[in-house]
Ligand binder design. Structure first.
Ligand code: ARG
Length: 474
């Protein structure tokens, strides 16, 4: 009964693709295949692409000048209606492309019906997604630049501050806070380089590929590509409508951005715990507990860490979608959009919130100072000191290991040992050993390019600033 009702109401509906069909689409199929509830967000790019396509058709005499004028006027109105939120999106018209085209025909009549000459939705959707993605990549790149700026600001504001550096999450050697901050600068630098590189492959115009084989109309692909700010045109029509590599590359680049944000988040969570108490996170970027009044929770970095999983998932998902597809276009490819849109939203917002966390976090000098003094962080420096006096490194390593074992047993630090006690370990040790055992001495000695010595870090800060100046957003 129910399904009969459904069919009767459906048969009245006119099919968007007209002649071939005698039966209306089952409403279940309509819901299953529709993408307009998410791909509507391509509307601006869809309309921009259509304008350029129509202008080219007119220039080439494929449509008339009055057709062009009607089309442009209609598209302008449609864009305005969408922006005002008064455009009525129809699920039965499947996607953003058919919705806009139908609205155009309803507005301007016959000229609207000429717009799709020499074009297929297959090259149209590839065009829209490429234009949309390139804009969003620009936005993400700007956010990353801003995040990099927050790390530079943190580094510059506390250029003398020491903290423990870790390996295996065990205190290892003292480092400058600024050095740690600039480690993140480098990660996001690579992320931005990856975006810039993949933009070369995104920014090619697929229009003119039509359904899969190109078109018989005397179109002009190059001018359209230039008008739409592309660097060139795609080389093979079949590849151009079937290719989603550029989205996968973007999802992979996004996965690495999220990996870096997640590692940063993990440190924010650790550092703000009472066990570490290395930093205070800004109140405005933390949340409370509904039951425990004392809590100040790092939900923002936790969520960023958590959201990393969904971005990795989208990458895996689209790789899997693509793997068994014969050439050229297959409807499976429609599955690219939700993965892409959600990745863009997730990555952009995660960067944005982490900019807030990073710029607002305040290191706790007292805690960091006492942390660098405990845990034998300068044991390597003592070994290196002995090496400087002719002891082979392996031997020096053994001597200092014994000293550490003795200290552990007695609950002391290396700096607590007297010169006499140290001399018992090795008669080569002199008074100047205490400069070496001090964290400042240790940091200062690591004066190699890329090392944590203040001089090196100062250079690294100015290099980072130069890099930011030279690498404006995409
Ligand atoms: N909504 C479709 C997509 O996103 C547009 C292309 C449809 N092409 C087709 N031949 N059905 O992939």
């Amino acid at each position: 009964m129910k399904s009969q009702n459904r069919k009767t109401s459906e048969t009245k509906r006119e099919k968007p693709w007209g002649g071939r069909f005698t039966q209306a689409t089952d409403s279940l199929v309509e819901r299953f295949t529709a993408s307009v509830h998410y791909d509507w967000r391509l509307y601006r790019h869809d309309i921009r692409g259509s304008r350029a396509h129509a202008r080219m058709l007119a220039r080439r005499g494929i449509i008339g000048q009055d057709d062009l004028e009607a089309i442009i006027k209609g598209l302008d109105e449609i864009e305005h209606e969408i922006e005002q939120g008064v455009f009525r999106w129809r699920q039965d018209l499947e996607d953003v492309h058919m919705n806009i085209e139908r609205a155009l025909v309803e507005k301007v009549g016959e000229p609207g019906k000429r717009l799709h000459t020499a074009r297929s939705r297959n090259d149209q959707v590839a065009l829209d997604v490429r234009m949309y993605l390139r804009d969003e990549m620009g936005r993400i790149d700007r956010l990353l630049a801003c995040l990099q700026g927050s790390f530079v600001a943190q580094a510059k504001a506390r250029s003398d501050l020491l903290m423990p550096g870790y390996t295996h999450l065990q205190r290892a050697q003292p480092v400058l806070w600024a050095h740690h901050m600039l480690a993140y600068f480098e990660m996001f630098k690579r992320d931005r380089q990856r975006l810039k590189d993949l933009l070369k492959r995104v920014n090619l115009c697929p229009l003119g590929s039509a359904a899969l084989a190109g078109t018989g109309f005397p179109i002009d692909r190059e001018t359209v590509a230039r008008e739409l700010d592309f660097d060139g045109v795609t080389a093979n029509s079949m590849d151009a409508v079937g290719d989603r590599d550029f989205i996968i590359e973007f999802l992979a680049a996004s996965s690495l951005i999220m990996a870096h944000l997640s590692r940063l988040s993990e440190e924010m969570v650790l550092w703000s715990s009472s066990e570490f108490s290395f930093v205070d996170l800004p109140d405005s970027f933390c949340t409370g507990s509904s039951i425990m009044p004392q809590k100040k929770n790092p939900d923002v970095p936790e969520l960023v860490r958590g959201k990393t999983g969904r971005v990795y998932g989208h990458l895996m998902g689209l790789l899997t979608t693509l793997k068994g597809l014969p050439l050229a276009y297959n409807r499976d490819l429609q599955e690219d959009k939700e993965a892409l849109f959600d990745t863009i939203d997730t990555v952009a917002m995660s960067i944005e919130v982490m900019i807030g966390v990073v710029s607002g976090m305040k290191p706790r000098r007292d805690r960091l100072a006492s942390a660098v003094k405990t845990g034998f962080l300068t044991a390597t420096d003592l070994a290196d000191y002995l090496v400087g006096r002719g002891v082979p490194f392996r031997e020096a390593h053994r001597i200092v290991g014994q000293a550490v074992a003795m200290c552990v047993e007695q609950g002391r630090e290396l700096t607590d040992l007297s010169l006499a006690e140290l001399k018992e370990l090795s008669p080569l040790i002199e008074q100047d050993v205490f400069d070496v055992l001090a964290p400042e001495g240790s940091v200062g000695s690591r004066n190699v390019p890329g090392g944590t010595a203040p001089h090196q870090v100062k250079t690294a800060i100015s290099r980072a600033e130069d890099w930011l100046n030279d690498n404006g957003a995409l």
